[in-house]
Design a protein around this ligand. Structure first.
Ligand code: NAD
Length: 325
């Protein structure tokens, strides 16, 4: 099958776009790519400080506020006539969600329905893409996950993303809203400064000449998707939603080549031979294996992960070395 280019410049030129969570890892990269495609981008994020690695481009408007504030959401939707909305704002860290499940649910469940309620009042919006996650599936014996697999997250973060996903489906199904859902594997690459995640933690430990502690037995299996491929996934889905009648649908985005933690460490060690780690094997209540079947995204959107692990980890190593000095 011929794989087509996923980005259509004409589609994005002068298009008014909202990116919630646009000061975070994926949202920041997405907002920048959209601005490069000449979209008129507004970012809504609760952070007062923008990412340590960069400022937003001067042509991206930044609004500080929470997706849990009805007032702020109605203000932003009435001020700007958005055609496309990407909803990525979330409590996106597993450990923080375990420590504070209330905040994870408040942000990821209530924040989603408040955002979609505000969008519902503004029917000029043509497409809304909501960030769910592979974690929304929870634990399944039969892998890979397909889009029709049940959503049954049982840990705080997983459950909050199952909620995000189902709420998005409910608004599409019951109110005919133009909503599609992204279920992506673990995203990695330049710009991720969420240090509790495996890959940023590994590069930072290396830079600081510290031994990296691995909480699992090193055998947990996950999909890893390079940041540029993840950004392409969001863009491809938004672009094709109307022409291909994708409203209410979810898409998996993975690499079709899941890695164990030790495989990830081998790639990082190849890119930066200073890496030292020890396996603690103390992780509890974590799903051992999860990975996605992404053939639907390939068939319908023409999307596939284009960046190989070798390239992705090499580029990441360079970025973290520059960033961490
Ligand atoms: N990074 C991954 O591996 C991955 C994989 C699958 C799905 N996701 C999903 O993708 C999205 C982005 O993830 P990320 O890795 O960029 O995380 P991130 O933590 O870097 O970014 C999330 C952003 O949301 C903002 N935010 C949090 N609460 C908010 C609120 N109440 N109102 C407004 N903004 C708020 C944060 O300040 C942050 O800038 C999330 O929805 C996450 O669940 C991430």
């Amino acid at each position: 099958m011929k794989i087509i280019a996923v980005k259509d410049r004409n589609f994005w030129r002068n298009r008014s776009v909202l990116v919630t969570g646009g000061a975070g890892f994926i949202g920041y990269a997405l907002a920048h790519k959209l601005a490069e495609l000449n979209a008129k981008v507004t970012v809504l994020d609760i952070k007062s400080n923008l990412p340590a690695h960069g400022r937003l481009r001067s042509d991206i408007a930044f609004v500080r506020g929470s997706v849990t504030s009805k007032k702020k959401l109605h203000w932003i939707f009435s001020r700007r006539k958005f055609k496309t909305v990407f909803h990525l704002a979330a409590e996106a860290i597993v450990g923080r969600s375990n420590n504070n499940p209330e905040r994870a649910l408040e942000t990821n469940a209530r924040g989603t329905w408040l955002l979609l309620e505000a969008a519902r009042a503004h029917n000029e919006i043509e497409e809304i893409v909501v960030a769910s996650s592979d974690k929304a599936y929870g634990s399944h014996e039969k892998l890979p996950y397909h889009e029709q697999s049940a959503l049954r997250g049982l840990n705080p973060y997983d459950c909050s993303k199952s909620c995000t996903d189902l709420i998005a489906q409910m608004y599409a199904h019951s109110f005919g809203m133009p909503i599609a859902i992204v279920r992506c594997g673990n995203v990695y690459g330049p710009g991720d400064t969420n240090w509790s995640r495996l890959i940023p933690d590994a590069f930072r430990s290396t830079a600081k000449k510290k031994v990296l502690d691995i909480r699992s037995d090193g055998k947990f299996l996950r999909d890893y998707v390079y940041i540029d491929d993840a950004v392409d996934a969001y863009i491809a889905l938004a672009q094709k939603m109307r022409s291909k009648l994708l409203s209410g649908q979810a898409f998996n985005f993975g690499n079709n080549d899941p890695l164990q933690v030790v495989d990830v460490l081998a790639y990082i060690g190849k890119a930066d031979p200073r890496l030292k780690y020890r396996i603690l094997n103390i992780a509890k209540n974590e799903i051992r294996e999860q990975y996605l079947d992404s053939s639907k995204a390939r068939k319908i959107l023409g999307w596939r992960a284009r960046v190989s692990y070798a390239t992705g980890f090499k580029q990441s190593a360079k970025w973290y070395a520059d960033f961490l000095g």
